[in-house]
Write a protein that binds this ligand. Structure first.
Ligand SMILES: O=C(O)CCC(=O)C(=O)O
Ligand SMILES: [Fe+2]
Length: 345
């Protein structure tokens, strides 16, 4: 098991909201929180109100989001700084203590406003209660898990790379930073490493010879490992391919595939960017162009531990409409797919 990640600090690349810009976003989030206090976050009206309110984001931030959405960049990441997070309860160290969205209303709505510029917010009913905005905080007893509830090093991965409707974008908003200043979110963009890969490796990564283990939360009614069918790691245009890999959960089914995976991993590890997130900083990941992970850290479980909130978006809901249950929650993937229905989204 790897001990650490080495990375280039990405803070300087961040787009900064001024104090007065943050106040405007906060006021707008509070208005929505007030109007929809008794509602589920998944309600269509609420989500549409959030999308309309995203006009309150400053023009330079919206422009950066639009460009990132449409053209992307080599690192596959975009960093915003200075977002409002509002009043905060203690960092939850047990799933049962995770707050209702109304207790972290400003942070929740501000994050969904940003995501609404990138795509359509979505969640997966298999994990984290199907919540549209999820708590990422260290949980008691989960320290050694390869999940965001753990605190050992979290290996580089495409988010839900085993899932047929993996998110196109995800964001992580920091509510509370790691007080020891060591928990870094790291990213590796395919655009950054492609020039360093030899043609044989790229060809091997394009062959459907890789299987990825489903995360345990997505597997039901069996204790067996569930793997995807063989898939390629790289697909799409030669100069700007899509990437789908999990260096903890992906295995090559041939010797060449395994070699190519190791070469890709070494190149990624050489080109990592990272940031020890501070409150109000939000990192957006283009999940088709970048993998991400996190260095290890030490939780104390005293209400002051590191606390991020995570949210997903798809570029287009139409391909998944028949697989959405209530609101924007994707039905369990291992359950038989129901007949497509028209769902209010
Ligand atoms: O804690 C982090 O910085 C990243 C965790 C992560 O990979 C996730 O929540 O998807
Ligand atoms: Fe992740």
């Amino acid at each position: 098991m790897r001990k650490e990640f080495a990375y280039a600090d990405a803070r300087a690349t961040g787009i900064v909201l001024s104090g007065s810009e943050a106040e405007i976003v906060e006021a707008s989030a509070l208005r929505i929180a007030d109007e929809y206090a008794g509602h589920s976050l998944h309600g269509t009206d609420l989500l549409h109100a959030v999308e309309l309110a995203a006009a309150a984001l400053p023009a330079h931030v919206r422009r950066a989001l639009i460009s990132f959405r449409d053209r992307g960049n080599e690192s596959g990441t975009l960093l915003l700084r200075g977002l409002p997070v509002g009043e905060l309860p203690a960092t939850p160290d047990r799933v049962e203590d995770e707050p209702a969205w109304t207790e972290v209303a400003v942070a929740t709505i501000a994050q969904l406003m940003v995501m609404s510029v990138l795509g359509r917010s979505i969640s997966y009913s298999d994990e984290k209660n199907g919540d549209l905005v999820q708590d990422v905080s260290p949980k008691r007893g989960a320290e050694r898990r390869q999940e965001n509830s753990g605190s050992i090093l979290l290996e580089l991965h495409t988010e839900d790379g085993f899932h047929p409707a993996a998110p196109h974008f995800l964001s992580l908003l920091c509510l509370r930073g790691d007080r020891d200043g060591v928990a870094a979110t790291v990213t590796g963009g395919i655009g950054d490493v492609l020039p360093a890969l030899d043609a044989r490796t790229v060809e091997a990564l394009r062959r459907p010879e890789f299987r990825t283990r489903f995360s345990s939360s997505f597997v039901h009614d069996t204790d067996e490992e569930v793997l995807t069918p063989p898939m390629p790691v790289l697909s799409g245009p030669a100069h700007d391919p899509d990437l789908r890999v999990d260096f903890h959960g992906t295995v090559g089914v041939t010797a060449e595939a395994r070699d190519a995976l190791a070469t890709l991993q070494a190149a990624m590890l050489d080109a990592l960017r990272g940031i020890v997130l501070r409150p109000g900083e939000l990192i957006i990941l283009d999940n088709r162009r970048t993998v991400h992970g996190r260095t290890g850290f030490t939780p104390r479980y005293d209400g002051e531990d590191r606390w991020l909130r995570r949210s997903f978006a798809l570029a287009d809901l139409r391909p998944v409409l028949g697989r959405l249950g209530e609101g924007r929650s994707h039905r369990p993937v291992t359950a038989p797919a129901p007949a497509p229905t028209l769902t209010a989204v």
